[in-house]
Design a protein around this ligand. Structure first.
Ligand SMILES: [Zn+2]
Length: 730
C-alpha cells in the first residue's frame, strides 16, 4: 500500500519562524567536532566513527540480489510463496547474527478471488479480459501464477445493471450526478482511480452509501499511463492492460483483521462474525485496466460529462446511457494464517528501550516497488547491523526488526502484532521507523537532481532526521540533505529550496504499517522512501524488470535508503538523550491550528480556540527552554547517567500524553489526539476537533478543543518539571 503524496507546507511566514527555531537549535553550543542532537561531544565523535563503519557495509549488488529473490514469484498474503519467504527472512536474520528470531502467527479473516467476470451485454457484447499482457523482454510477465483483477475484501455478488460514470467516486461527484437528475441506486458505477486521489476503500464506502449495486475502478491514462510518459516495458508508466489491484477495506475506521477489532488474532482468539465487522465492504467491486474500461465508456450515449471529468482516452466521456453490464464476483473469504517475522539485537545498556524497524513482505503480485524495494533495503540494513554486532558493536538500546504480513489487506500483520504487545510497546518503544516502498520512482527519468527523497515523521523527530541526512551521500553525489533540498525545490516549482523546517512532512496519514504504532499506541513514527515517476503500482509490471531497467538500475537508491534508515535508527538507539524537539513540535501544532482556522473560517462566537493557542505557546516556550538546558547542562558530559535516563523517560511520556484512551469520536481505535487519517487516507491533524468543526458540531468541537488544551497543558507541566530538575528556567 502507499501513502498519498505529501504536499509541501504553504504558509511561508510560519515556515520562516519554524526554520529560525530549527537553525537556532542546530547552531547552539556547537563544539568543533560536528555535534549530533542528543549526544555528548565525546559520544558524538564515537557515533560518527560507528556510522562510518555502518555506512561502508551496504552493497548495491547485494540489494539487487535480495530484490531478485523477493520478486521471483508473486507473493500475496496467505500464499505459499509468501510463507516460504517468512522462513527465508528468519533464516537470513539468524545467519546475520540477529537474536530472538521468532515467527508470530495470526489467524485472520482473509479474502481472495475464486472467480470474477465482467461483460457488457448492451448495446454491444464485450467480455473484459481482466488480465495483463505478457512482454517477451520480461519473462516474469508470462508466469501463470500471476492473478487477474480483484480487490481484497470485495463482497461476492452477481449483478446485471445499467452503468453510470461517476468520475473519481468521491461524494461531490455523486452530488453532481444528483444535480443532473441521475440516480445511481441499484446501478453499477464506473469510476477512475485519481483526480483527485482518494483511497479505493473510500470510493467503495461512498458507492455503498449511495446505494450502488457494484463498483468498477479503472486506471485512466491521464493519471498513471501514456499521458504521463513512456509506458512499460519502455518507461515507468502503466501500459494499456495494467490493473491496479488492492484492498477496499474500511481500515480507516479500524485496521487489522476485520473480525478482531482492537485485539490480536493470536491462535484461539475470539472473532466477531464478518457481518458485524465495521471494516468489511458490502459492495462487490472490481479493478479494471483502461483497455477493459474503454469499450464501456465509449458505448455510453447519455449526457456529456463535465470537462474536468474527461480523461485522456480519445473518446467523449459521458455520464450515462445505453450500457448494461453483468459483473460476477465470487470471493473466498476464509481464515488464513499470516506470519510476522521478528528479531532483535539486544541493547548493551538499555535493553528495555526499543527502536523498531519494519517493512511488509506481502505484495499484490511481485512487489518490485511495493514492498520488495523496501525489503531489499531492509535486508541490507539487517545484514549491516548484524555485521557490526559480529564486530562487537551493539547499540545501547535494543533494535527490533519486523517483516510484516498482510499489510496490503488491512495493515493486518503490524496491527495484530501491535495489539498483541500493546502494553510493552507503550512502555518501551522509543520510535518506529517504517519503510514500505524504498524506491517508488524511476531514476532513469528523474533528471539530474535524481529521485525525490520523501520523509514523514512526528514533528518532534523532524530535526534529528534533517540532521542525519547531512551525513548520507545521495546517488547524485551530493549529500542526501542537499539532494533533498534540490528535489523539494524542483517538485514544488519554487525558486529557492524550502527551509529545513519544511523538509520533513509532519502531517502523517495512514496507508502503511506505521498506523498502529502512531494512532493506536501513541508512539513516534518515521516513514522514509524515494519517489518519482511510477505508474505500475499494484500491477504485474511492478516487478524486478521494472526496477532493474527503469526504476533503480544501479540499486544505489536502495542502499542510500538503507543508510539513512540505519543512521536514524542508530542515533535513536545510541543517543544519550533522546533527540525529541518539543519546541519544534509546538511550532508545528500552532501551524496545524492556524490552517484549521483559515480553512474553516471559524467564528469565535461559535468556537474559541484562543485558550488552545495560549496552551500551545506555553508548550513551545517550555520546549525551547528545555532544549537550552539540554544543550547547556545535560549534554555537557557531567550529568549523571541516572539523571539523564530519568529525563529520557519524561521525554517518552510526552509522546504518550497525546493518547486519549476513548479514541476520536466514532473511531475509538484511533486514539492519538494530534494525528489520524481521513477516510481517503489523507493526513488529518487534531482529528476529533477538525471533524467536529467540519460538521459544524460546535458543542463537540468545544469538548475536543478542551481535550487538546488539557493534553498540551499536561505536557507543558512535564517539560517544565523536567527542566527545573536541571536547574533551568521555568
Ligand atoms: Zn506497500
Amino acid at each position: 500500500m502507499r501513502r498519498p503524496l505529501p504536499s509541501l507546507a504553504t504558509s511561508f511566514v510560519l515556515l520562516l519562524i519554524l526554520s529560525l527555531a530549527l537553525s537556532a537549535q542546530l547552531k547552539q553550543d556547537a563544539p568543533p567536532a560536528s555535534p549530533i542532537l542528543g549526544f555528548t561531544p565525546l559520544h558524538a565523535a564515537a557515533e560518527h566513527e560507528l556510522e562510518n563503519q555502518f555506512q561502508s557495509i551496504p552493497s548495491a549488488e547485494r540489494a539487487r540480489e535480495w530484490h531478485r529473490t523477493f520478486t521471483a514469484e508473486p507473493h500475496p498474503a496467505a500464499s505459499e510463496r509468501n510463507n516460504q519467504l517468512a522462513n527465508f527472512v528468519a533464516d537470513e536474520w539468524h545467519k546475520q547474527g540477529w537474536e530472538d528470531v521468532t515467527l508470530r502467527r495470526y489467524d485472520v479473516l482473509h479474502s481472495r478471488a475464486r472467480s470474477v467476470s465482467l461483460e457488457m451485454i448492451a448495446p454491444v457484447q464485450f467480455t473484459a479480459s481482466l488480465r495483463e499482457d505478457a512482454y517477451d523482454v520480461d519473462p516474469d510477465t508470462k508466469n501463470p501464477a500471476v492473478s487477474g483483477a480483484y480487490f481484497g475484501y470485495s463482497a461476492s455478488g452477481d449483478v446485471t445493471a445499467e452503468l453510470v460514470y461517476a468520475h473519481s467516486g468521491n461524494p461531490e461527484d455523486y452530488d453532481l450526478l444528483r444535480k443532473n437528475g441521475i440516480s445511481i441506486k441499484g446501478k453499477i458505477v464506473l469510476v477512475r482511480y485519481s483526480n483527485p486521489y482518494s483511497y479505493r476503500g473510500f470510493k467503495a464506502l461512498t458507492a455503498e452509501r449511495e446505494g450502488a449495486a457494484a463498483l468498477l475502478i479503472y486506471s485512466d491514462p491521464a493519471e498513471d499511463g501514456s499521458t504521463r510518459g513512456k509506458v512499460f516495458p519502455d518507461g515507468p508508466w502503466g501500459p494499456e492492460s495494467h490493473i491496479q489491484r488492492g484492498a477496499i477495506t474500511y481500515d480507516y475506521i479500524v485496521p487489522g483483521d476485520p473480525t478482531t477489532p482492537g485485539w490480536a488474532s493470536v491462535p484461539g482468539a475470539k472473532h466477531i462474525a464478518p457481518e458485524e465487522a465495521r471494516s468489511l465492504p458490502k459492495i462487490p467491486a472490481l479493478p479494471l485496466s483502461w483497455r477493459d474500461a474503454k469499450p464501456l465508456l465509449e458505448s455510453m450515449n447519455g449526457p456529456e460529462a463535465p470537462k474536468d471529468w474527461q480523461g485522456a482516452l480519445p473518446i467523449t466521456y459521458r455520464l450515462t446511457g445505453a450500457v448494461k453490464v453483468h459483473v460476477k464476483i465470487d470471493m473466498d473469504t476464509s481464515m488464513q494464517p499470516y506470519t510476522v517475522v521478528e528479531a532483535r539485537i539486544r541493547g548493551s545498556e538499555l535493553p528495555d528501550e526499543w527502536v523498531l524497524l519494519g517493512n511488509h513482505r506481502d505484495a499484490w503480485v511481485y512487489g518490485g516497488v511495493d514492498p520488495s524495494s523496501g525489503t531489499a533495503s531492509m535486508m541490507e540494513l539487517t545484514r549491516s547491523l548484524g555485521e557490526l554486532k559480529q564486530r562487537g558493536i551493539r547499540p545501547r538500546r535494543t533494535v527490533v526488526v519486523c517483516s510484516w504480513d498482510g499489510e496490503e489487506y488491512a495493515l493486518t500483520g503490524s496491527t495484530e502484532w501491535g495489539e498483541q504487545f500493546a502494553d510493552d510497546l507503550k512502555k518501551n518503544l522509543v520510535a518506529y521507523l517504517n519503510v514500505d516502498e524504498s524506491v517508488a520512482g524511476a531514476a532513469t527519468t528523474a533528471g539530474p537532481e535524481g529521485l525525490s527523497f520523501s520523509a514523514s515523521a512526528v514533528a518532534s523527530l523532524a530535526p534529528m532526521l534533517v540532521e542525519a541526512s547531512k551525513d548520507i551521500r545521495a546517488p547524485s553525489g551530493k549529500s542526501l540533505y542537499e539532494a533533498w533540498r534540490a528535489t523539494a525545490m524542483r517538485d514544488s516549482k519554487a525558486s529557492s529550496p524550502p527551509p529545513d523546517s519544511a523538509l520533513v512532512e509532519t502531517r502523517i496519514g495512514s496507508g502503511s504499517d506505521h498506523t498502529v504504532f502512531l494512532n493506536h499506541l501513541g508512539r513516534p513514527v518515521i516513514n522514509l522512501g524515494f519517489t518519482g515517476d511510477y505508474g505500475v503500482y499494484h500491477s504485474m509490471y511492478d516487478d524486478h524488470y521494472w526496477m532493474a531497467n527503469i526504476g533503480d538500475p544501479s540499486f544505489e537508491y536502495h542502499i542510500a535508503l538503507t543508510r539513512i534508515w540505519g543512521v536514524a535508527a542508530l542515533r535513536l538507539a545510541n543517543a544519550d538523550l533522546l533527540p525529541f524537539d518539543f519546541g519544534f513540535n509546538a511550532a508545528a501544532l500552532e501551524q496545524f491550528l492556524r490552517e484549521l482556522e483559515q480553512k474553516n473560517k471559524i467564528e469565535s462566537r461559535r468556537l474559541s480556540l484562543k485558550r488552545l493557542h495560549t496552551r500551545i505557546a506555553e508548550f513551545e516556550k517550555a520546549g525551547g527552554a528545555l532544549r537550552d538546558t539540554v544543550a547547556r547542562d545535560v549534554l555537557s558530559a557531567t550529568a549523571s547517567p541516572g539523571k539523564v535516563q530519568h529525563l529520557n523517560e519524561q521525554l517518552l511520556q510526552v509522546e504518550s500524553n497525546w493518547l486519549d484512551s476513548a479514541g476520536i469520536p466514532g473511531r475509538p481505535w484511533f486514539q492519538h489526539l494530534l494525528y489520524s487519517s481521513r477516510y481517503t487516507y489523507a493526513h488529518l491533524e487534531f482529528p476529533g476537533l477538525t471533524e467536529a468543526v467540519e460538521k459544524q458540531n460546535w458543542k463537540l468541537a468545544g469538548e475536543q478543543a478542551m481535550l487538546l488544551e488539557k493534553a498540551v497543558e499536561r505536557n507543558t507541566r512535564l517539560l517544565k518539571s523536567a527542566n527545573s530538575s536541571w536547574g533551568g528556567n521555568k
